[in-house]
Structure formats: structure tokens, C-alpha cells
Design a protein around this ligand. Structure first.
Ligand SMILES: [Zn+2]
Length: 281
């Protein structure tokens, strides 16, 4: 099964006209000719069906004006077989055990955490019971790593992959979104911290979401050159993100553009097989 491990849905109440959303969101939605929630869903389904992919994981973000929350994402996943449910949870919630149990019942395939936005230090020992639950339910953890551009916060250091060392040691299946990379040269890169973690722990991976940019292309080439790293990445678009690299030809379908680019660069089937294995599909 060919899967996009990381896509997003706009919030059902998102209003493009009076939103204070940042530049990136505006560009993404302009490219999609965004009009409303329903058209967004239908467009994404059309792109998946037109591509060679079978399914995409829709990742929820709670308490965001821009991204759809768990309830909205779950309802779309129940209606459309093209989507798999990526639930957003907070390890510090008192009823986290019940929430994981319910997410598992709702057929969530992974748990997403955006540390800087949720203000979660994943190296804190209070996260240990949460990691135990992830292992019990065989749920991988998808963590945003590197600077967050869409949902702005001040705690960017929380997105450092190095903070995942104790979870990695415990054997939690971890996918570091964007492999800890940066989009602009003047910013801090966590790519090296991701490579160290991915090379040290069998259960640590990275996703290639939103990495087709002039700066990140150098990190993509470093991954390709190292067979051990190349074996540790998964296909992802981070839709509605699309390739932002001028030398490449672009179509309207950013999913096809993204995998065509990766395949031309030298990535093989492993990027899909890893996802299938990690999600236990
Ligand atoms: Zn994302």
C-alpha cells in the first residue's frame, strides 16, 4: 500500500477572508484555489485518486484556527476510505490513557505531536507513561521537528529531535517530521540531531514532508548519499504544502509532483514500505 504519512485538513470554521494566517498558508490555499472546507476535502481526494497513492494520513491539530481538530478529521476519515486518522494528543492530559484507548478504537494509525505549539517537552519524565501507552497500542509517534513555520510559537527548541532520546530508548516508534531540517540558512538546523537519533535507534525514522525547497534539497541529497539514512525515511507531502523549488516542473497535483521529484532524486520504494510497516497496515 502506498501512503502519504503526513497531510493536513483546514479547520471547518476557517475563514480565508478574515484569517490572520501567515504567508505560507496564504500561498498554499491560493494554489489550491481554496473556497471552502468541502472543496478542500474533494480536491485532496481527487489528487490522491489521480496519483499512484492508495491513502493519506490526515493529521489533526487541536486548538488551531487553521488546522482541523481530532473530531473534524475523524469524521472525514469515517466518510472517505482514502484517509487514515492521525490523532493529536497531549501526553500531559490527565485522561491520556482513555484518549489513547478511544483513538485506537477510532482506528487512529498514529499520534501526532507539535511540541512548540503544544508546549510539550518530550524529554520530560512525565511523558514516560504516555510512551508506554503508545507501545501498548502499537501506535507510532509523529513529531514535528525543526522550526515550525505555519503555527507560530516561541518554543522552537522543543522541536529538537534530541529531546526524543528517552522515547527512542524505550522502543517507541518515532517519525520525525521534516527530519529536523530548516527552510532558511540563517535558522537553526536540527538535521544533524535527527541523523544521530535515526542512525542510533532502529525505531526512529523521518518523514520527507515539505522538504522540497532550495535549502532542504542539500539535506535530501545527504540522506540519499547515506544508505543507512535512506533506509529511515517515509514519503510525505505535508499537504497543502507543495514543492517550492524553481528548477522543477510543477503540475496542479502536488502529490504527484512531490513523489516524482523524490523518485528522480534517487529515493526508491523504501519510502512507502517503511510507512506500511510502521503503521502496521
Ligand atoms: Zn504538518
Amino acid at each position: 500500500m502506498l501512503i502519504d504519512i503526513h497531510t493536513h485538513l483546514v479547520n471547518r470554521n476557517f475563514n480565508v477572508n478574515n484569517c490572520k494566517a501567515n504567508f505560507a498558508i496564504k500561498i498554499f490555499l491560493k494554489k489550491l484555489k481554496y473556497t471552502c472546507y468541502e472543496s478542500y476535502v474533494n480536491n485532496l481526494i481527487f489528487f490522491i485518486n489521480e496519483s499512484k497513492l492508495d491513502k493519506a494520513v490526515l493529521v489533526a491539530i487541536e486548538n488551531s484556527e487553521i488546522c482541523a481538530n481530532n473530531e473534524q478529521v475523524l469524521s472525514i476519515c469515517k466518510k472517505h476510505p482514502e484517509f487514515l486518522f492521525g490523532v493529536n494528543l497531549n501526553p500531559f492530559d490527565r485522561d491520556i490513557d482513555l484518549k489513547i484507548k478511544n483513538a485506537h478504537k477510532d482506528r487512529a494509525v498514529l499520534v501526532k505531536i507539535l511540541p512548540s505549539f503544544q508546549n510539550i517537552d518530550l524529554s520530560h519524565k512525565r511523558c514516560i507513561p504516555f510512551f508506554e501507552l503508545l507501545k501498548e497500542y502499537n501506535l507510532p509517534l509523529l513529531v514535528h521537528t525543526g522550526k515550525e513555520y505555519t503555527i507560530k510559537t516561541n518554543n522552537q527548541h522543543l522541536n529538537d529531535p534530541a529531546l526524543l532520546e528517552s522515547a527512542a530508548k524505550m522502543g517507541v516508534k518515532i517519525i520525525c517530521a521534516h527530519c529536523g531540517t530548516r527552510k532558511f540558512l540563517h535558522e537553526k538546523s536540527y538535521f544533524k540531531n535527527w541523523t544521530q537519533l535515526a542512525l542510533k535507534y532502529e525505531n526512529v525514522y523521518g518523514d520527507l514532508g515539505a522538504m522540497i525547497t532550495p535549502v532542504q534539497i542539500f539535506d535530501l541529497k545527504k540522506i540519499i548519499k547515506n544508505p543507512d539514512l535512506k533506509a529511515k525515511v517515509l514519503f510525505a507531502t505535508d499537504y497543502p504544502a507543495f514543492p517550492f523549488y524553481f528548477p522543477m516542473k510543477k503540475s496542479i497535483n502536488s502529490i504527484i509532483d512531490t513523489y516524482s521529484f523524490f523518485e528522480n532524486l534517487g529515493f526508491d520504494d523504501t519510502i512507502y514500505k517503511n510507512a506500511e510497516r510502521l503503521l502496521a497496515l
